[in-house]
Write a protein that binds this ligand. Structure first.
Ligand code: ZN
Length: 121
């Protein structure tokens, strides 16, 4: 869990104190929602990820922030989400293609069963 370790680079951007802690924060966001269509958000799945949240424990500050790691983790979650959609679409296409092939095969069997020249005008 090296990505979640606090360190010297986790200086508070507000007061520059090095007294900071790192917590795991469960962040949820919708990916693919269209802002101009309120109905579209209803069907957009929520992506939930654990990201590092930094907090300044300087009593006079208390600033909280995310760094690039949170963005990297969210980006990976979006990629994984898109990959799942891609696989689901491919599975659906395979089912449709198999159905089409079955229909063609059934039609061929039907024509062949009629014998030669029965279907040629
Ligand atoms: Zn601070």
């Amino acid at each position: 869990m090296g990505i979640l370790e606090p360190g010297i680079d986790h200086k508070c951007p507000q007061c520059e104190s090095l007294d900071t802690v790192c917590e795991i924060y469960e962040d949820s966001f919708q990916f693919g929602a269209q802002d101009d269509d309120p109905d579209s958000t209803a069907n957009v799945p929520l992506i939930t990820v654990d990201v590092p949240l930094y907090r300044c424990i300087n009593a006079n500050c208390g600033f909280e922030w995310f760094d690039w790691k949170a963005e990297t983790i969210k980006d990976a979650a979006v990629r994984e989400h898109l990959l799942k959609i891609k696989v689901a679409i491919q599975d659906e296409q395979i089912i449709i293609l198999n159905k089409a092939l079955d229909d063609i095969e059934a039609r061929c069997d039907e024509l062949i069963s009629k014998g030669p020249n029965k279907y040629v005008q």
